[in-house]
Design a protein around this ligand. Structure first.
Ligand code: OAD
Length: 261
């Protein structure tokens, strides 16, 4: 599919060519073109069809584990059927062209990894890392690829192989803290980078949304890729208006990092 051409400012192409330590910080928008619903996009967002804020909580899981587990198995089935898009591939390709690249995502899908990004920091956990809701021991899925449960179907979570308690999704729920190691790695990368891309995030959820601001405070160039405005617009040095799958390949090409280079 031909990418829509995006005019990349020459200063940005130059900054990318010269960058030594780059951070790519992503949100649900980077997976939108893989068919994975974002959270807040009005028409298709997960939240337009479910009260995700009610489902994605420890209280909801304690009250009704089957509806919460069913919802996440529906999302996992979607992710397993999805493919990485040109944005994920361009981000994976970028690692070949810059000395240091940190990919930090709020997403719980594994599309960055499947596109070839070697080391991805998941600030909000992963759909592919279930654990016991009581003893926290890592668990395996009973079925590798759940049949496509219609959204909203109840599925009883498996029992922990160690203590028998219900297995929960390995994602961060509202009111829970981020994985300490992931957050520390993200802080260090953002504070020490010279170029940060914030791609496909509404920049509304903290502490993750703090990362671009920490990069700015450290003197980095901050670039936002999003078809819509976000609170980061006012502080970003460059706001590239467009879909990540279109903009990212153009960005690499503008720096001479095209696919054949
Ligand atoms: P949101 O759904 O809040 O925001 C998605 C962003 O992607 C919006 O700004 C869209 O404009 C943008 N977008 C849509 N299509 C795009 C495309 N093709 N290319 C680029 N951008 C596009 O998702 P997040 O910002 O990731 O937290 O949400 C942050 C957190 O809120 C999530 O990680 C989740 C939720 O609560 C937890 O689960 C803990």
């Amino acid at each position: 599919m031909k990418n829509t051409h995006h005019d990349i400012p020459p200063a940005l192409a130059q900054a990318l060519r010269q960058a030594r330590r780059v951070v790519v910080f992503t949100g649900a928008g980077v997976s939108a073109e893989s068919g994975i619903a974002t959270f807040r996009d009005a028409l298709t967002g997960l939240w337009s069809r479910f009260d995700a804020q009610a489902l994605a909580t420890p209280e909801a899981f304690a009250a009704d584990p089957d509806i919460v587990w069913g919802w996440y198995e529906w999302r996992r089935a979607q992710v397993l059927r999805a493919a990485p898009n040109a944005a994920h591939r361009a981000i994976a390709d970028l690692a070949r062209h810059v000395p240091e690249l940190a990919v930090i995502t709020q997403n719980v899908d594994d599309l960055h990894e499947r596109a070839g990004s070697p080391c991805v920091t998941h600030l909000h956990g992963s759909l592919h890392a279930p654990r016991c809701s009581r003893c926290a021991s890592p668990q395996a899925f009973a079925v590798d690829v759940p049949d496509e449960p219609e959204a909203g179907r109840r599925i009883t979570p498996p029992a922990c192989t160690a203590c028998g308690a219900p297995v929960r999704p390995g994602v961060v729920w509202f009111g829970e803290s981020l994985p300490a190691q992931a957050w520390n790695d993200a802080l260090r990368a953002a504070q020490g980078c010279d170029l940060l891309f914030s791609i496909g995030t509404s920049s509304l959820v903290y502490p993750a949304a703090e990362l671009p601001r920490l990069a700015l405070a450290g003197g980095a160039t901050v670039v936002q890729v999003n078809p819509a405005a976000t609170p980061l617009d006012a502080q970003a040095h460059h706001n590239l208006r467009g879909a990540a799958a279109d903009v990212m390949p153009c960005l690499l090409a503008s720096a001479g990092f095209g696919e054949d280079s």
